[in-house]
Design a protein around this ligand. Sequence first.
Ligand SMILES: C/C(=C\CNc1ncnc2c1ncn2[C@@H]1O[C@H](COP(=O)(O)O)[C@@H](O)[C@H]1O)CO
Length: 211
Amino acid sequence: MSAAPTEPDPRGAAARPLTICVFCGARPGRRAADTEAARHLGLLIGRRGHRLLYGGGGSGLMGEVAWSAQRHGAPVTGVIPTFLVEKERGIAAPPQQTVVTSTLGERKVAFLTQADAFVALPGGFGTLDEVLEVISLNQLKVLTKPIVLVNTDGFWDRFLGMAQELTDWGFTDPDLGSLCSVTGTTEDALRCVERHANHTAGLAAVDAERL
Ligand SMILES: C/C(=C\CNc1ncnc2c1ncn2[C@@H]1O[C@H](COP(=O)(O)O)[C@@H](O)[C@H]1O)CO
């Protein structure tokens, strides 16, 4: 993830609007801090002039991020497979550009190709799957895009412990930090992706033929 630096924006913001793909629970979870983080992430995406790319639904933390981003002025693009449209019926999602895909695989390809960066909040297996997809593709260099885990209430600590175990067992290199970043707050997560975008202008990439 190292690249020639470009002139940083004096406000610390990205020099251009970014498409930020957010992964998080389709359920709300039990902790108020997660809902807060989801709303605040949406607010920052909107206020800082970025676009939200996400799973297209109105449920859970996903819905919180999307409603908040939309209310704070972000263009919102939801990518949702046909079979989940049925599940989401009756759960209001914010006004958005909706892309309906035939399969989950097609949805992932849309996320991977359209996003400039990924931010993950707490979630379930779907969230873990999406996070691992990005990390493992970054490892293979099929993808060179930043992913930031927002460690609300230490949610990702056990995941990071598992990553350390993989290294200890000799199955991964010890530098998870080059594949993924971890922050304590949504502000730091946004700063992290914006800094990365400024320093790697035009270099974030995906080898779409290898997905
Ligand atoms: C929970 C309900 C419907 C599920 N609807 C979904 N709509 C859109 N996208 C979804 C849905 N469920 C999962 N996803 C994707 O996976 C991630 C969240 O999964 P998790 O297991 O909750 O972590 C999310 O980022 C989506 O991309 C209403 O009954």
